[in-house]
Design a binder for this molecule. Sequence first.
Ligand code: NAD
Length: 510
Amino acid sequence: MAVVEAIQAERAGDRRRLRVASPATLEPVGEIDVATPDDVHAAVERARKAQTAWAELPFRERGRFLERAIDVLLSREEELVDTIIAETGKPRAEALAEIVTSCDALQFYARRAEGMLADRSVPLHLLKTKKLRIVYQPLGVVGIITPWNFPFILSLNPSAQALMAGNAVLLKPSEVTPFSGRLVAEVFEAAGLPEGVFQCLSGDGETGAALVGADVDKISFTGSVATGRKIAVACAERLVPCTLELGGKDPMVVCADADLERASAGAVFGAFSNGGQVCTSTERVYVVDEVADAFVRKVVEKTGELRQGPGGESDVGAVIDPAQLDIIESHVADARRKGARVLCGGRRNPEWEGHYYEPTVLADVTHDMDVMREETFGPVLPIMAVRDEDEALALANDTSYGLNANVWTRDKRKGLGLARRLASGSAVVNDCMVTYGVTESPFGGRRDSGIGQVNGETGLRGYCHAQSIVVDRFGSKSEFLWFPYTARKSKTMRRLMRLLWGTPLGRLLS
Ligand code: NAD
């Protein structure tokens, strides 16, 4: 049984209908009608009409709507958490964490967007007769397309940023978890957001593609590399900017001087939290030979203590999209075939009817295995012993991805030095996956892991156009560079050039 299955449209009209079931219990969660291209175009029109008045509101007023949304989150917390659990099969603590980080994101941007997007005066180094001002203008209508692994926070967080920057937002949540996306819309509606400023379009890839092809001014996409590529091509056709937050194959480097107790607990959390379905999950470990046995022993011991199952009170939840189960199984089978040892797990959990894969630790892995090269996006932790830190870094960087990475050592200076040598969008020393928790930090991948960054000042400005406005200061009748071009002007330019860049003093002044 698939978690999302197409069913016969029961209503008149041409909308397809999808039925969503819980991956934990296989019980039905609900049904959605797939928004058609016509629905998308009508929503874009409504958004465009609403955006002008929204952008004219002072930051403080826009912020007030976001702060009211926090009140709604707090008052409806249980219902939100239950919906997230129903359609993802996550443990309660992980569903709750989505609400906690949502409150933080709303408050952070509601209060700080004004400062981050305030006009800036930039002194010009040469043309002292002009003044330069940088003004952050909203782009207009932003399409936000999101995945199923964190269906609430990954829909709310970019939306909060785009809204604070003065844009109208059209959200297209994953068809695997459509109800969390709808709840984001309900929360903003209950917070009193003017009609049309935020709309949620339920549907699958067809709706997403229609949104990308509609009259939007930016696409902010979070999801797989394959879909990201399609979106990049479609946006290139229309010259619409996009940010792409894609997959990862994050490495963990364990040095000989690491605190093995903390590092092994960090490895287990990094690999198995959210069932390994985090873009910044620890997907492969390189541990220096002399501590490898002790480290692996501790990891296996801690993995054995994890509880898995439905009901929200476990540690490791379900595989949210059953299509992912096939990938997980094929990676483990490929590793086994090529000589890996399965130290624990290595199979679907036979205790439960739902889509559960046991937390799995693999040893004796090599870089010709899929599990070391392709994103597994499930509860699988392959561990490879290496000669030294240099070999660990070389293998960590031998990947087509570049999202996040973590390094473990008691020497923080060394950790920072190793982190700088990692070809990843971000890195963590002696912890893992903290990039989404730290609102200040710009976040985004390199290579196949994406283009552009979200979060913090950089992310917020990504929802704007930085317009430069140059103002003449003195209003003289003419400018040196204006017509007519004369021999005398050319001579003066040559002299000026030699003076400014042909002498040490000139270079100092210019
Ligand atoms: P996906 O690419 O299958 O789907 C993501 C979204 O794109 C869904 O809403 C889907 O309906 C939509 N979509 C599908 N085809 C489309 C098309 N042609 N045009 C427009 N939209 C389309 O990804 P997924 O399986 O939902 O999510 C898992 C992936 O997301 C993993 O690879 C994971 O690493 C990645 N991810 C990345 C980040 C990050 O910040 N870098 C965060 C979370 C998840």
